[in-house]
Design a protein around this ligand. Structure first.
Ligand SMILES: Nc1ncnc2c1ncn2[C@@H]1O[C@H](COP(=O)(O)OP(=O)(O)OP(=O)(O)O)[C@@H](O)[C@H]1O
Ligand SMILES: [Mg+2]
Length: 349
């Protein structure tokens, strides 16, 4: 696993007149509802601990109001926490001076917003160049550089257009090009694709994944949508009422949801397209049969195992070493949607 890029430690955020006065009660476990009704404060975040890995996509998921935006805004300190620490590349963001914070925001991170956030009076090239001019580059040079990024997101030729002349999907491509142009290591994306039509949304996910294989940014991506989370996330953290309910490997979350809240998120996903053979294989056992790469999803594995005389296959890693095996019965069982009754609890972590 890669190194930790962003470390969020014991982070609390309480909104209201005197957050410090109610912090001890929250730390003792007072529920969000009680804090609001009895003490007039809103619990935003509660004891958040997340290590965000370098060069990977970490998805923050949760229902509306669960604290996703509040959390991501702590990373660039648009919001001050009530308690806790935020460490980026070993630096304590909360102890930065004003000047250090300005540089941190200018060079270290970029944001992509749900509503695109483009300057309507600037051209496409002007929008992408903006962050570079803030870094001190001349406008001429910045516009030349922005061309490269516009090309990368499929918008070459649109440099002189204004945002209002573009579709939503195109505007968000500009948003992405702008975020990439400054060369920041960290990309913060709050529901960046949620305003787009489903097909355009999938396109944008492809654009992002494609860029990521090359650029290896540290991406913090917020979404409501589990399919999107599974498609792009190397790691997923799920929030409810300001607390992390579960975090880790997406495959593991599907196989072992922590509770009913997570179960409700994962129960309807297309397991054949998401679960990988490595997740359900028998570890270390070799069989007589064809080889399947460990990351192949069950839907494809089904075809391979069904075509094998033994109805089984070996699972191999990237070096083509056998790491386990899988048979047709296991694959079929893996495809089945988990029961909604009492037996579902047996899978909980
Ligand atoms: N400035 C504020 N003052 C008071 N309460 C706030 C403030 N900002 C957020 N909250 C509260 O904090 C909680 C978390 O809000 P947040 O916007 O982070 O949720 P979210 O998960 O991003 O939701 P959505 O999916 O709707 O964007 C909510 O209860 C919200 O009402
Ligand atoms: Mg939000």
């Amino acid at each position: 696993m890669s190194n930790t890029k962003i470390s969020i430690e014991n982070l609390y955020k309480i909104f209201g007149k005197n957050p410090q006065s109610v912090l001890p009660m929250v730390q003792e476990g007072m529920p969000k509802q009680e804090l609001l009704e009895e003490h007039g404060h809103v619990l935003g975040l509660k004891d958040i601990n997340i290590d965000i890995p370098d060069r990977a996509v970490t998805v923050i998921m949760g229902l509306s109001g669960s604290g996703k935006s509040t959390l991501i805004r702590h990373i660039n300190r648009l919001i001050e926490p009530t308690a806790g620490r935020m460490i980026v590349d070993g630096d304590d963001v909360l102890s930065m001076t004003k000047k250090e914070l300005i540089n941190f925001r200018r060079y270290k991170l970029s944001m992509v917003f749900q509503k695109f956030g483009l300057h309507v009076h600037r051209t496409v090239a002007g929008n992408v160049a903006y962050g570079l001019t803030m870094q001190g580059m001349s406008l001429k040079k910045a516009k030349a550089q922005s061309h490269k990024w516009l090309e990368r997101v499929g918008l070459a030729g649109f440099e002189g257009h204004f945002p209002s002349q573009l579709s939503g999907g195109m505007q968000q491509r500009v948003g992405l090009a702008r975020a990439l142009a400054t060369d920041a290591d960290i990309l913060l994306m709050d529901e960046a694709f949620s305003a787009l039509d489903p097909l355009i949304r999938t396109d944008m996910q492809d654009v992002l994944l494609d860029l990521q294989t090359e650029l290896h940014k540290t991406i913090v991506f917020i979404t409501h949508d589990l399919d999107e989370a599974l498609r792009i996330g190397d790691k997923i953290a799920v929030l409810r009422d300001g607390a992390v309910i579960q975090q880790g490997d997406p495959q593991d979350i599907i196989m072992h949801p922590a509770d009913d809240y997570i179960f409700d998120f994962v129960k309807d996903i297309n397991r054949g397209r998401v679960l990988q053979v490595k997740t359900i294989m028998d570890v270390g056992v070799a069989v007589d049969g064809p080889d399947i790469p460990a990351e192949v999803v069950l839907e494809e594995a089904l075809q391979i195992a069904a075509g094998s005389a033994t109805r089984a296959a070996n699972v191999v890693n990237r070096d083509n070493q056998v790491v386990g095996s899988i048979n047709l019965d296991q694959i079929v069982a893996g495809l089945a949607r988990p029961a909604d009754g009492a037996e579902k609890e047996s899978m909980y972590r």
